[in-house]
Design a protein around this ligand. Structure first.
Ligand code: ATP
Ligand code: MG
Ligand code: MG
Length: 551
């Protein structure tokens, strides 16, 4: 069985609690509502909500919404739905960084009064140039020594919309020579005459991520502010604000390595491009690593949580996680929990010549070989059936234990049949097989010979037509965005979606929205939620049967 991997943050918090250094913990999951959540976010969600669950603390859901032009209410709604679907519950109301805009503004005025922030008139390009580089110290802006009175006045006029975008910014006055570039007078506010999805037209200036994040954590009483390693260099700034503002508590920032997975993009910006260009069917396309796409593909919340447990949490950038591990997690869940059914993806008609036209038998077959609670299904057997084209070969190689001219095979849950005759069309394609049944083989081996192969089948009279969508990795290479200068779209897999007009056993007619099945010998499938809403039977392949994850 797959086990859990190390989680250094969990260990650290356990130690703190045992030593009495931490009381009730408070974590938060802080998405920016500028796209849908993906599997990388799932790692952060499982970590933050999981710690709160495990240690009896709270986890807040807070939208980090300081960038109004890229954000939308629709993304907020989708993100909430995804977190709930994963089975987590945020403590208290849904929060927004924008709920704190008044307080943040008052804190900016506080820094100005203390001589720790100033309004700068340099252009964005000049600011970048003055900031210097890793090898070169920055230079002070000519506006750096403005008086607190002048700065307060200018800041207020920035707020009320007197200046154009880009004309002025508010900066902290820290250290233009700091080896950490984040401390070279970082920007606190930018002018943006933009409508905000929460605050409407109230603000003409918006706070930066750095000025917002730690203070929002402090306002909410967050104890452990967990983020990815890119923010390690921002930690001194995070702490500078907490040390220089009258905040109620001082949260601690802890960084961990983000999830990167082969064949998978984990960047909202790149996923948005795939959606906007129509390369995929919306944010919940089953080929995307979005949580809603994975849901539509047939992943269960339990499998995603299991996967996040398996990958662990470290500070070491662990390279690429093998997507086979994710497939392993869902396959193990469905192996145990998905009812079985027979479905023929590429139908080939079989006529059983020694079965009368009006003959009908109905087999009662277990829903799952090891789960009595999954009941039984009724599988009708008639003179005409479909089998899969791949289960027949006119000139089979030696170890082909399926159907071939003159050869025998067992129909799953039914008789052994022999192929007597092959019918072809003008193009030489096989259109029908004429076979005969050995009636002495139901539930027992045939006399005097071994029949190794078992194939699935569906009665033509009772089968249900359905669309089956075979999904595969969206990209053909392990790291589609490895080369920063190349176009990752060049690595798209042209066969990431193959659609089949399939025939399923009658029990599938009643398949509920998002119900999951193992189509025997084929793979795991999930009834598409959108198609189901339109009354159409469409199954998405979640994952194949073969596990390639090497532990
Ligand atoms: P993206 O680059 O995809 O836009 P982001 O970090 O900008 O991601 P946010 O909405 O800010 O997106 O992320 C919310 C939280 O999820 C953050 O705490 C972030 O660190 C975490 N997160 C995002 N991507 C990953 C990842 N690949 N692995 C682990 N955590 C992640
Ligand atoms: Mg972010
Ligand atoms: Mg981002």
């Amino acid at each position: 069985e797959s086990s859990s991997a190390p989680n250094f943050i969990r260990n650290q918090i356990r130690d703190e609690i045992e030593a009495g250094r931490t009381g009730k913990i408070v974590t938060r999951f802080p998405p920016e509502p500028n796209g849908f959540l993906h599997i990388g976010h799932a790692k952060s969600i499982c970590l933050n909500f999981g710690l709160a669950e495990q240690f009896g603390g709270d986890c807040h859901l807070r939208f980090d919404d300081t960038n109004p032009t890229k954000e939308e209410q629709a993304y907020i709604d989708a993100i909430k739905a995804d977190v709930e679907w994963l089975g987590f519950h945020w403590a208290g109301p849904v929060r927004h960084a924008s709920d704190y805009f008044d307080r943040l503004y008052a804190w900016a005025q506080h820094l100005v009064r203390e001589g720790k922030a100033y309004v700068d008139d340099l252009s964005p390009e000049e600011i970048r140039e003055y900031r210097g580089s890793l090898t070169q110290p920055g230079r002070p802006s000519p506006y750096r020594e403005r008086s607190p009175e002048e700065n307060l006045d200018l800041l207020e006029r920035m707020r009320t919309g007197e200046f154009a975008e880009g004309e002025k910014v508010l900066r902290a006055k820290i250290d233009m020579a700091s080896p950490n570039i984040n401390l070279r007078d970082p920007i606190l506010y930018r002018i943006r005459h933009a409508h905000h999805h929460q605050t409407g037209d109230k603000w003409k200036i918006y706070p930066s991520y750095d000025f917002t994040h730690g203070q929002s954590d402090a306002i909410e009483g967050v104890t452990h502010s967990i983020c990815t390693l890119e923010f390690e260099d921002h930690r001194p700034l995070y702490e500078w604000f907490l040390d220089n503002l009258p905040v109620p508590v001082k949260p601690r920032q802890i960084e961990f390595a983000r999830l990167n997975m082969n064949y998978t993009l984990t960047s909202k910006r790149k996923l948005k491009l795939l959606v906007d260009e129509g390369i995929v069917d919306g944010w919940d396309d089953p080929r995307l690593p979005t949580i809603s796409g994975m849901r539509r593909r047939g992943y269960t919340p339990a499998s995603i949580r299991k996967f996040c447990e398996m990958i662990g949490v470290t500070r070491a950038d662990g390279g690429l996680v093998d997507i086979a591990m994710l497939y392993h997690a869902i396959r193990a869940d469905l192996e145990d929990n998905a009812p079985r059914a027979m479905a023929v993806l590429k139908p080939l008609k079989v006529v059983l010549t020694n079965v009368p036209e009006d003959h009908e038998e109905v087999y009662e077959v277990p829903g799952h070989p090891a789960r009595d609670d999954l009941g039984v299904r009724k599988v009708p057997f008639t003179r005409e059936l479909y089998i899969d084209q791949d289960d027949f070969m006119e000139e089979p190689p030696k170890k082909f234990f399926r159907l071939a001219p003159g050869k025998e095979v067992r129909l799953r849950n039914s008789y052994v049949i022999r192929c007597d005759e092959v019918t072809k069309n003008g193009a030489g394609e096989v259109t029908e097989l004429r076979c005969s049944v050995d009636f002495d083989t139901l539930g027992k081996n045939p006399e005097g010979r071994k029949v190794k192969g078992v194939i699935h089948w569906v009665s033509t009279a009772h089968g249900v037509p359905m669309e089956v969508r075979l999904y595969d990795n969206l990209f053909q290479v392990e790291q589609p965005d490895k080369d920063k200068d190349a176009d990752f779209l060049e690595h798209l897999n042209p066969e990431s979606l193959v659609v089949c007009q399939a025939i399923g056993e009658p029990s599938l007619r009643e398949a509920g929205v998002e119900s999951r099945f193992q189509f025997e010998r084929v793979g795991y499938f999930c009834a598409d939620r959108h198609a189901a809403a339109e009354g159409r039977l469409v199954f998405n392949r979640t994952v194949g049967l073969k596990d390639s994850w090497a532990k």
